[in-house]
Write a protein that binds this ligand. Structure first.
Ligand SMILES: C[S@@+](CC[C@H](N)C(=O)[O-])C[C@H]1O[C@@H](n2cnc3c(N)ncnc32)[C@H](O)[C@@H]1O
Ligand code: SF4
Ligand code: SF4
Length: 348
């Protein structure tokens, strides 16, 4: 029997704006003070290779999405099966991107697998160890630059086309190292630098913004501005319209997630699906991809059930102080503002 189809606009919303994230582990080898990983409440562990096979099958393989990103609330290279996992994903005709902290050694025997990834982005928060270690403690940034330099050479020797990128989270305390960091990246042959800044990049006391003019100092496309992981519209501003243009606040059939524009469907290491990458402790469980196909997890009925759990009791929870994740999220705040706005009448 053919698996049930996902409704096209649901598939469009959850898979076409951002590729889904697969968290192959929530274990980590750095304890960054601005990341929730060290205080994670939910169980820690690694996805098994056989479980990833089930996840990819139940996700519909390449039917709904051309790509997945290995990223979650941990370091993907803390899962030693990562190379076999890249092979499994590319064998399923899916592209794979990886977001990593770069604190791992090169494994020469697995470079063919590594270079079948489309894109690998290394988070580096400084040009010098003194600054980088303010947000990435006990981590030698020179070793990470050296690893990337070695990978650039090996990639070019093989004629592979994996894009090797660096992401710098720009804070008040490392902003002065933006140019030195980009210069180091140019020197070692990094293909692209992303600067994550502003709202959503770390806690407010160290948050800062970067002038977009910085981009003009470098060859076109070399530097870009990236969203912080926790990026969301400022309180009170309307939520960004979903890019597919299908779901809107006036469309009562769309789920809360579509109407609020919640970002990046995420599959946790144990197969649990959450509607956004912020939900590290799975407070909005949509179902488990190890047991349930995506058509049931993202069915209109299941999304409506999850929506009801989020919206019902929201105000009471705020009053009692017993908030769950979404209660304190700006996507929900913006959604409620939208709901309060007068609805457009039809015909006008
Ligand atoms: C959660 S990490 C996972 C991948 C890998 N461990 C790494 O550090 O790149 C993905 C990205 O989110 C960023 N990040 C972590 N905690 C954050 C927070 N509280 N606010 C904004 N970005 C955060 C990290 O710096 C990294 O660039
Ligand atoms: S940002 Fe990445 S490296 Fe740092 S603690 Fe979080 S998951 Fe680990
Ligand atoms: S409202 Fe909930 S599901 Fe949506 S982005 Fe915020 S935390 Fe994620």
């Amino acid at each position: 029997m053919l698996p049930a189809e996902l409704e096209p606009e649901i598939a469009q919303f959850f898979f076409r704006r951002n590729p889904p994230h697969i968290e192959i582990t929530n274990l980590c080898n750095i304890a960054c003070p601005y990341c929730g990983n060290p205080e994670l409440v939910s169980r820690k562990g690694r996805m098994q290779l056989a479980d990833l096979r089930t996840v990819i099958t139940n996700l519909g393989s390449s039917r709904y999405t051309p790509k997945v990103t290995l990223c979650g609330h941990g370091e993907p290279f803390c899962n030693p099966a990562i190379y076999d996992m890249i092979d499994l994903i590319t064998d399923a005709k899916l592209e794979v991107d990886i977001q990593t902290n770069g604190k791992w050694p090169m494994v020469p025997s697995r470079l063919d697998s590594l270079f079948s990834a489309a894109w690998i982005q290394f988070t580096i928060d400084g040009a010098s160890n003194a600054v980088s270690q303010l947000s990435r403690p006990d981590t030698d940034v020179d070793r990470i630059y050296q690893l990337i330099a070695d990978l650039v050479r090996q990639r070019d020797r093989r004629g592979a086309d994996t894009v090797l990128s660096v992401r710098m989270n720009v804070f008040t305390f490392n902003k002065h190292e933006i140019h030195p960091l980009i210069r180091r990246c140019v020197e070692i042959g990094v293909d692209h630098v992303g600067l994550a800044h502003g709202h959503g990049t770390g806690p407010p006391p160290v948050m800062t913004t970067v002038s977009p003019r910085i981009i003009d100092d470098y060859p076109e496309g070399y530097v870009s501005m990236q969203q912080g992981l926790m990026d969301s519209p400022p309180q009170g501003a309307p939520a960004a319209a979903p890019e597919n243009g299908v779901a809107s606040a006036d469309d009562p059939a769309s789920s809360f997630f579509q109407r609020a524009g919640c970002p990046t469907l995420t599959i946790r290491w144990d197969g649990q699906v959450t509607p956004c990458c912020h939900d590290n402790n799975v407070s909005v469980p949509l179902g488990c991809l190890l047991e349930t196909p995506i058509s049931e997890i993202l069915s209109r009925e299941n999304l409506a059930r999850a929506t009801a759990r989020i919206l019902e009791g929201h105000e009471a929870r705020i009053e009692s102080g017993e908030v769950v994740l979404c209660d304190s999220c700006t996507y929900l705040a913006d959604y409620l503002e939208l709901e309060k706005a007068p609805k457009m009448q039809w015909p006008i």
